[in-house]
Design a protein around this ligand. Sequence first.
Ligand code: MEV
Length: 342
Amino acid sequence: MAGLARWGPLIVASAPAKVILFGEHAVVFGEPAIAAAVDLRVHVGWAPSQGGASTVNGYPLTDQHHAFMVNALRLAGVEGDVTMTSASDVPSASGLGSSAALTVASVAAGLASRSVIQHPLDAAARETIGPLAYEAEWLAQGGSGSPTDTTTCTLGGGVLVDSVAGAGHVRAVTRGERTWHLHGLDIPSDWSLVIGNTGERGRTADQVARVGRLVRRRAFARETVGDIGALVRQARKAVQAADAGKVGALMDRNHNLLAILGVSTKRLDRYVEVARRSALGAKLTGSGGGGCMIALTRDPARTAADLARVGAVTHVVRLGAEGVRMEPDSAMAASDVDDRLL
Ligand code: MEV
């Protein structure tokens, strides 16, 4: 940390957290999903190594402990030792895409260190960052997962992932037999979302593997994945029609289907139930097994207070935050470094 304080990072990139509004897990099997960036961010700083070894936040940067960042830097073409820093508003392993945001910001910092991309980032730069970040995340998760999280953290705004290309198409990603078409999707900017964090941590790769086993072995799980897909198609129309009431009702149903897949927990179910007293709808978000739930609400103060009363750590967030961006090199000075993220 002494070196860091003396020199500071020379290049800083940041990427937003994301929430999955609809379709997590089912998207891994080719069903559609809708996600949005939210205004909590991960910052990553890059500087050349001060002491002949790569570090992050003053600790050795290793494959074992920092697989997302190490893969991101390698795929960004960074060679030699580096002094990395990270700072985050995003709770880790909580379904808000902290790993994806870290990976996206690390790719951006790595590419910028080689002058492959410049400030301010344009669409072409994001097109370079997105696929590399997905590859880095996919490798770090042992070759699993869809491009939903890294795409949302890269592009920002709202994102529709679908098996077919339609309006707002950005690009397609193929892994094995699966092709995901990535689209921008407008989400009404006046919608308020309350996030309730259980503090229980669920690793995405573990949850994806669990659901994968269930889907291979059990017909009910395959049917549930199909039901989620049908629900997301309705949700897309409701989002486009800015029909918040309908979106809320579909969120409730999506949560119930995720519970059938076994990725909810008692605490998530409880928070969802409590939020529904004042919200239009509520569901777990992300891979589950702990982590966060989200509630779409016209009264964020009341929904957040109700959730806090039963023990949730809450955030009221704006949907559709800006995607990955380069920051002034002073951007990290005031942030707390969260080592637990890595
Ligand atoms: C995790 O945020 C979303 C999942 O659908 C996994 C993925 O899409 O890679 C559970």
